[in-house]
Design a protein around this ligand. Structure first.
Ligand SMILES: [Zn+2]
Length: 293
C-alpha cells in the first residue's frame, strides 16, 4: 500500500470517515478534500476558525495584533487569508504564526502566510528544521512519504512550557511528540465578557508512518513510544474547555458547529474533549503496536 494511502486511511480511521479524492499536491490522495472551502466562524471569545475544511487554522485576535496557529497546505494559504479578511481582520495584523508539526498539511502554507503578514513563526526545535528545509528529517515516521513544501526563513524556537505573547494574548507551548519528534500543542485563554475558557489546540497524535517504520522499534526515532505516552498524559492533564485538533474532525468540530448553528450556545465547550481525543489516539496506537508484533 502506498505510504500516502496508509496515512490517509489512518487519518480517516481517527476521523471516523473515509473520504479520498483527487490530489493537488503530488502524492497526496486526500489533499484536495482537505483543502475544500470552509467559511470562517467564531469558536469562542477572540478565537476563530479560519482554516480550510479538513485542516485547522485558528486566529486569535487582539487590538495589538493577532496570532495564527498552523497554515494548512501550500494551496490553503490564500483561503486562510481570505477567511481572515471575511471576518473583518487583516493578514497584515498577524504578528505571530505558531506551528503544531512540520508536515505539509499543517506547515505547507506558512511561507506564504509569513510573506503576506511579515509575522514571526514559532516552532519546536525539531519542526524548525523541517520548516527551514520544507522537508521532514529521517527521524520522522513519515520521512520520504510526504511531499516537500515552501520553506520559511525567520523563526523563533518554541520549547515545552514556552510562553508567547502578542498584546493581551498569551499562549503556552506543550511538547506532544510521537506523530512527529517535534510536535507541539498550544493553550491559551479566551474570554467572552467575564467568562474565560481554557482553549487547547491539539497536535496530531495518530500513529502513522512510512512503510517499514516501527513505532515499537525505530533506530531513527527510538523514543517514539515513550514520546506518545508522555504526550497522551500531557494532553489528558491540560485544563481543556474547548479543544480544536489539527485535523478538525478529530475533535468533532463540524458536529459542534452544526449544534452551535441550531442554537446550542455551548456546543464548542466540552471539558472531556481532550481526554476523548487521547482515548482515540491510544486505541489507534494500540492497534498499530498489535500490527507491529
Ligand atoms: Zn502530520
Amino acid at each position: 500500500m502506498p505510504p500516502t494511502l496508509t496515512r490517509a486511511l489512518a487519518l480517516a480511521l481517527l476521523a471516523g470517515h473515509a473520504s479520498m479524492a483527487y490530489a493537488q499536491v503530488p502524492g497526496c490522495d486526500v489533499c484536495a478534500t482537505w483543502n475544500a472551502d470552509q467559511a470562517p466562524f467564531r469558536i469562542f471569545g477572540n478565537t476563530y476558525y479560519v482554516g480550510v475544511k479538513g485542516l485547522s487554522s485558528v486566529l486569535l485576535t487582539s487590538p495589538q495584533g493577532h496570532v495564527l496557529i498552523d497554515g494548512g497546505l501550500p494551496e490553503s494559504a490564500p483561503k486562510i487569508i481570505a477567511n481572515i479578511g471575511a471576518l473583518g481582520f487583516r493578514i497584515e495584523d498577524v504578528k505571530l504564526i505558531l506551528n503544531s508539526h512540520g508536515h505539509i498539511d499543517h506547515a505547507g502554507g506558512l511561507a506564504e502566510l509569513q510573506r503576506r503578514s511579515d509575522a514571526m513563526v514559532a516552532a519546536s526545535p525539531s519542526a524548525a528544521l523541517d520548516l527551514a528545509s520544507g522537508e521532514v528529517g529521517p527521524d520522522d515516521p513519515q520521512y520520504h512519504a510526504l511531499p516537500k513544501y515552501p520553506p520559511i526563513k525567520a523563526m523563533r524556537l518554541a520549547r515545552d512550557g514556552g510562553q508567547f505573547k502578542v498584546g493581551p494574548i498569551e499562549l503556552t507551548a506543550h511538547a506532544t511528540p510521537g506523530h512527529t519528534p517535534g510536535g507541539l500543542s498550544w493553550t491559551w485563554q479566551s474570554c467572552d465578557g467575564p467568562r474565560c475558557l481554557n482553549m487547547v489546540y491539539a497536535d496530531s497524535l495518530n500513529a502513522v508512518s512510512r512503510p517499514g517504520f516501527k513505532f515499537s522499534a525505530s533506530s531513527e526515532y527510538p523514543n517514539a513510544l515513550d514520546d506518545f505516552r508522555h504526550s497522551f498524559e500531557t494532553l489528558e492533564k491540560l485544563p481543556c474547555d474547548v479543544l480544536i485538533s489539527a485535523h478538525p474532525e478529530a475533535s468533532q468540530l463540524w458536529e459542534r458547529l452544526e449544534a452551535s448553528a441550531t442554537g446550542d450556545s455551548a456546543a464548542f465547550v466540552d471539558p472531556q474533549a481532550c481526554r476523548a481525543y487521547v482515548a482515540a489516539a491510544r486505541t489507534l496506537l494500540d492497534a498499530r503496536l498489535e500490527q507491529e508484533r
